[in-house]
Design a protein around this ligand. Structure first.
Ligand code: AHR
Length: 306
């Protein structure tokens, strides 16, 4: 290849193929499945890529080990959806030393942005703000007991969705009575909600803020099993806007959904192309999110790709 410092040899491989290692978080949610599909479609053989895919089952140490394997294999570029924000400095430095560009997609890291080429994803804090603003509109003035299902502990979306929401409801009559991680999974949401219901009863909870649709969907099962009516006895706000989430919104079981767009593959592939061409890119590329009421969801659900 023509690249002097690269661990691999970029698009200048003999066969023109670009080898990309992609370290995915795992397969915790409907959002994640859509994101994986989007990445696989963008980094396809037809598009000239040889994609080495790893899903780390949400184990941060396993994900770092996968990235280290990519470096040792001498891939041309590495794409990471970082499970958690912390702990990336060493392995990103190793990739940098090996001359392999790293593109982050979806989640951010706390490491210096000198250690990677660029990040593309969503503004998680703004998603939390949108959710919190809706809660204030609906509930401020009435004493409201809220529980929270958090995403993966230490992940950027769990951290930032909490911050955006908490800032938005500050000074309102909404009281957070409990908050625990449901790991962004349906099972996790169900189990943690069962615990909340045992502790406070259906009558002791007015509002649930779930950091993603899957946990909200799990919580709906728990509320129904406890004899409650989701969306009425306990109102629900969630984030992602995958089809199952929008359907529950249309059915009145969820009351408000904030979108998190998982279709980041082509944007990530563009960044890989730019990195291998030696171009400079913005360090952070934000994709816009929308919000949905039941009516708005009904108008778009048939056209949604995920
Ligand atoms: O990082 C994005 C989050 O990860 C999504 O909101 C959640 O569903 C996923 O698992």
């Amino acid at each position: 290849g023509c690249s002097s410092s690269s661990g691999g040899d970029g698009s200048a491989d003999g066969d023109g193929t670009v080898t990309v290692g992609f370290a995915q978080t795992g397969s915790e949610s409907g959002w994640r499945s859509a994101n994986t599909e989007s990445m696989k479609a963008a980094f396809s053989t037809e598009n000239g890529y040889d994609l080495v895919f790893n899903a780390a089952d949400n184990d941060p140490a396993a994900q770092i080990a996968a990235v280290r394997d990519f470096i040792n294999q001498g891939v041309d570029a590495i794409v990471i959806a970082p499970i958690v924000e912390d702990g990336w400095d060493d392995v990103l430095q190793e990739a940098s030393d090996a001359g392999i560009p790293v593109i982050l997609e979806d989640r951010t890291v706390s490491a210096s942005d000198d250690l990677y080429y660029s990040w593309v994803g969503l503004d998680f804090e703004r998603e939390g703000t949108y959710a919190g603003e809706w809660a204030v509109e609906q509930f401020d003035g009435t004493p409201t007991k809220m529980v929270v299902l958090e995403g993966t502990t230490g992940s950027a979306p769990a951290n930032d969705r909490a911050t955006g929401f908490d800032d938005a409801i500050a000074g309102s009559t909404i009281e957070k009575i409990d908050s625990q991680t449901g790991e962004f999974t349906r099972d996790g949401g169900k189990t943690v909600m069962e615990g909340f219901l045992q502790k406070y009863g259906v009558d002791g909870i007015d509002l649930l803020y779930a950091h993603n649709d899957d946990m909200a969907l799990g919580a709906i099962e728990a509320i129904e099993a406890a004899g409650g009516v989701p969306g009425e006895d306990i109102q629900i706000i969630s984030i992602d806007a995958v089809k199952d989430g929008l359907q529950a919104l249309i059915d009145g079981k969820i009351n408000y959904v904030v979108e998190c767009n998982p279709l980041l593959g082509e944007l990530a592939a563009d960044l890989v192309t730019q990195a291998l061409a030696g171009d400079t890119a913005e360090k952070a590329i934000y994709v816009d999110d929308e919000t949905f009421t039941a009516e708005e969801a009904a108008a778009v659900i048939d056209q949604r790709a995920y």
